[in-house]
Design a protein around this ligand. Structure first.
Ligand SMILES: [Fe+2]
Ligand SMILES: [Fe+2]
Length: 164
């Protein structure tokens, strides 16, 4: 097994997760500010899940005797309009799904089955995040921003958002 190759892939995962945590919390602040509480809460919940992903990558890096590079993959984009926020979040999840699927294959070729399994588990989580964002985006498309306002009125979390 080429440990350095796995460590490099895992640190790319750390970078992507850090970027997601920053971007989703930025969305959380702005959606809260706009009075869209439930959608804001969805972003915070998923940001915390991404932090959990980061931790799992970091643990694996340290197990392989590497160092965790805490550098986000990219800067926060200052998007504040709800539908554009969801489009951006869906694109990030799609990118993550692709990256982690490829990384799983590379880890497999590199005879590192634990890292492969980690990437595969996270693919499942990112697909679930994508679904939740897509559902919200579709509802906004169908019903307009009043959907978000009414959701806030009920004070309820969006349907399906409690899934991990
Ligand atoms: Fe993630
Ligand atoms: Fe995600």
């Amino acid at each position: 097994m080429d440990r350095d190759k796995s460590i490099q892939l895992l640190n790319k995962g750390v970078a992507d997760e850090l970027q997601a945590v920053h971007q989703y919390m930025f969305f959380h602040f702005h959606l809260t500010d706009q009075g869209f509480g439930p959608l804001a809460a969805l972003f915070k919940r998923i940001a915390i899940q991404e932090m959990g992903h980061l931790e799992r990558f970091a643990e694996r890096v340290l197990f392989l005797k590497g160092e965790v590079e805490m550098v986000p993959a990219g800067p926060v984009e200052k998007i504040t309009q709800a539908e554009a926020i969801l489009e951006k979040a869906m694109a990030m999840e799609e990118d993550g799904i692709q990256t982690y699927n490829k990384a799983a294959l590379e880890c497999s070729a590199n005879a590192d089955s634990s890292s492969k399994q980690l990437f595969e588990q996270l693919v499942g989580d990112e697909e679930n995040h994508f679904d939740q964002y897509e559902q919200q985006r579709n509802n906004i498309k169908r019903f307009g921003l009043s959907y978000l306002a009414l959701q806030s009125f009920g004070g309820k979390a969006p349907e399906g958002s409690s899934a991990t």
